[in-house]
Design a protein around this ligand. Sequence first.
Ligand SMILES: C[S@@+](CC[C@H](N)C(=O)[O-])C[C@H]1O[C@@H](n2cnc3c(N)ncnc32)[C@H](O)[C@@H]1O
Length: 273
Amino acid sequence: MKKSSADALTLARPILESKKYRALNLPPETVVDLIQLALEHGLKPDQAVDEARKKLHNIVAPYLGDPDYAKEQDHLEHIGTFSNQDEIRSFSLRMLESHASTHERIPLLNEFYKTIFDITGKPGTILDLACAMHPFSYPWMGLPAGCLYQAYDLHQPRVDLINQYFKAAGINGQAFYGDILLNPPPHQADAAFFFKEAHRFDQRRHGCNRPFFEALNVRWLVVSLPASNLTGRFDLADRQRKLVSDTLAGLNWPVTEVLVGTELIFCIRKNNG
Ligand SMILES: C[S@@+](CC[C@H](N)C(=O)[O-])C[C@H]1O[C@@H](n2cnc3c(N)ncnc32)[C@H](O)[C@@H]1O
């Protein structure tokens, strides 16, 4: 740990224990990292805390929506396992609707995965990075039986609900809690999904996507970014293409770009995978 870690942890405590975040049980190292970064940029402790709060709001993105985690968790515990595919799909849809990133994909679910897998082939192992509610799309992915699905997020109630869902739906999946930027997943996989998050990673720490992508032990890295903003009024496509090309500069990793709805998808073939 860096010399200022203990001080940064003291500064991080009020944020972690605030009404806004305490139920999420965020990894303390995430907030410590944000504060340390701000201190390294020369901000005074009070300013560093303000800066960390701003960045954390963008990382957790509460404005994108949430289900009632306790209620849904109780529901899954009560039913134990889903009794048929219709039940799985109707629960999954409710979860997808609860978060803007997955909500806007609902009309395009079948097309979305077909388009990706036509390029990458159907993976037998998947990492879903910064997943939010995306694992609830599993029933529409058309994956081979037994496909191993490993999802990652730093939001504890989300991770717990996803684990309960995998169990109830009989999916060979596991959700992991932690900060993937600070601790990239070590697991090997055919494909990693990194959807609608690379621009936020870059806002958190400029340039961080490059070492993050390099650390992943996967054959295909499928990165998506919004081609327009949440209101649909601003065209972001060129900005997103630049983020991806800057991140991959000098790497010999072929990229196939496709657009599904308003989501720009970059299928990146990692040559070291
Ligand atoms: C915009 S949502 C992702 C949407 C999802 N990938 C999709 O496209 O449907 C961002 C999610 O990433 C998670 N997240 C952000 N930074 C993270 C990090 N460093 N490690 C793990 N999860 C992270 C947040 O908790 C949130 O659930």
